[in-house]
Design a protein around this ligand. Structure first.
Ligand SMILES: Nc1nc2c(c(=O)[nH]1)N[C@H]1C(S)=C(S)[C@@H](COP(=O)(O)O)O[C@H]1N2
Ligand SMILES: [Mo]
Length: 240
């Protein structure tokens, strides 16, 4: 973590913790601290050392990912109660259900996922609705210039400029690794901002609000760069 250019030392690990609350109550007290310090593999081995019950065998294999949440527990939502609200500086506010999002044209993006903590997962498919399509449907009005994202975990927020938000590799994602996004990965709907560090990809997405300027997100208020570009990203990108 030290020396990571995306994070200032004083802003670093405040409140950052793993998503163990979702994975099974028994695992929480056991392993939250080792997980933080050593990452998933460290967590698994630490848990295995202490756990004679076989509990860790029940934890899903994250396939190179680590699960992150800034809160301890997040309500589960599915097609019966999930809603995504688009509002702010738009002509037409709209609230989408999960079936409505699934019925819209879907775009697939396959890139490498990188977290500022240093882990990466290469060639990860995400699929969903272009954020640009939702913005077009809503009709951005003056002086709209940025987008603010809110989450049904009640805490996390993110932001993009309108230009970034309209890129053809920025999705309101419904699938990840060719399966519906799991709760632990931010399902049923998360943001996926392919050209930026994964902290930009807000999990449990519930709100998209057009604003007149960028409002710094949760980690950005705690020291992360608002500029989340990956080193190899094409910053001009392609508007969708
Ligand atoms: N709502 C919410 N979204 C979030 C986060 C979070 O804590 N809460 N963490 C971010 C960070 S730092 C990363 S690396 C990824 C982790 O996604 P994953 O848990 O699916 O691996 O989610 C991002 N989006
Ligand atoms: Mo991250």
């Amino acid at each position: 973590m030290a020396g990571n250019p995306k994070r200032r030392a004083e802003g670093a690990p405040v409140g950052r913790r793993a998503l163990l609350g979702m994975l099974g109550a028994g695992a929480v007290g056991l392993a939250a601290a080792p997980y933080l310090q050593r990452g998933w593999e460290g967590f698994l081995s630490a848990a295995a050392e202490k756990d004679a019950t076989g509990l860790t065998g029940l934890l899903p294999n994250p396939g190179g990912f680590r699960y992150f949440s800034v809160v301890g527990s997040v309500p589960r939502k599915d097609e019966t109660d999930y809603e995504l609200r688009v509002d702010g500086l738009v002509e037409r506010r709209k609230t989408y259900t999960l079936p409505e999002l699934r019925a819209m044209p879907q775009t697939r993006v396959v890139r490498d996922v990188l977290c500022t903590d240093g882990w990466r997962v290469n060639r990860t498919p995400f699929e969903g609705v272009l954020l640009a399509d939702l913005l077009d449907a809503a009709g951005v009005r003056s002086p709209g210039a940025a987008v603010r994202f809110t989450c049904f975990d009640g805490a996390y927020t993110e932001s993009l400029t309108l230009e970034q938000a309209r890129r053809s590799d920025v999705l309101v994602a419904l699938n990840m690794q060719d399966e519906p996004i799991t709760h632990a990965h931010g399902g049923p709907v998360r943001l996926y901002v392919a050209p930026m560090y994964f902290y930009k990809s807000a999990k449990w997405l519930s709100g998209i609000s057009v604003t007149d300027k960028v409002v710094p997100g949760y980690w950005e208020e705690r020291g992360y760069d608002i500029d989340g570009w990956l080193d190899d990203a094409d910053r001009r990108g392609e508007a969708a």
